[in-house]
Design a protein around this ligand. Sequence first.
Ligand code: PAF
Length: 282
Amino acid sequence: MAVFHTKESLRAELLQLRNKGRTIGLVPTMGALHKGHLSLVKEAAAQNNVVVVSIFVNPTQFDNKEDLNKYPRDLEADTKLLTSVVPDIIIFAPEVEEIYTGDVSSASFDFDGLEFRMEGRYRKGHFDGVGTIVKRLFEIVAPHNAYFGEKDYQQLQVIKTLVKKHQLPVQVHGCPIEREENGLAMSSRNERLTKEQRKEGGFIYRTLQTAKEKFGTESATEVREWVTEQFKRHPLFELEYMEIADADTLQTADVKTNNRKYRAFIAVYAGDVRLIDNIALN
Ligand code: PAF
């Protein structure tokens, strides 16, 4: 295991490995790691000679200062978890200054409109922040492969678009959502839930599963209305949005079209903790 805090030292190490013909898999994270992240790391280890995990809480993708400040940070615990699955892992844990050198701001991206939908609509500038950090990490690490979880499905689509538009030489892989026993999608934010919220968190996934069943026979509008109604009645969770969208373009599905793949997306507040999830509908 090796931890690097500067771009230069990491680049020097990776150059040596690349010169020896090693393939590099990158798992970008913001730390507070859980089993969901570990599944990405395992996938990266299965497909590459070298696994790099970046741990960086990226300030430019947060539109809410409190959310940024409260984001859990524990490099020691993260390192322990990572080495338990890949003992010779390479960790890149830079400070903000190392990445942004005096200008903590995002570049501006055109993701063909993907950036304005759902998460982009409710978190202004979020995908410019994600695009900025992911592009920088790709430039620093120059990985052959990079791994992202499908929990952030919209982010995954945005990153695929980033790679395509900027012709970045990296293969992007999406990995399935890992869930807690009750179905709640694994997230670093789950740590901030109360015991009761976490226990009840399976309600979100159960509702999505029923929405999927209903989508077989009902229209997208009917399914959306049904989900909205379920959350109105729930004492612990407040629905921010529920969207049924084309899985590729993320355009709202008003009318079902044969041969198109659809997904349901949801954002929910449990107190001040914001949770997202999604499910393939067909
Ligand atoms: O999904 C995340 O944890 C972050 O958005 C990412 C991709 C590491 C960029 O900061």
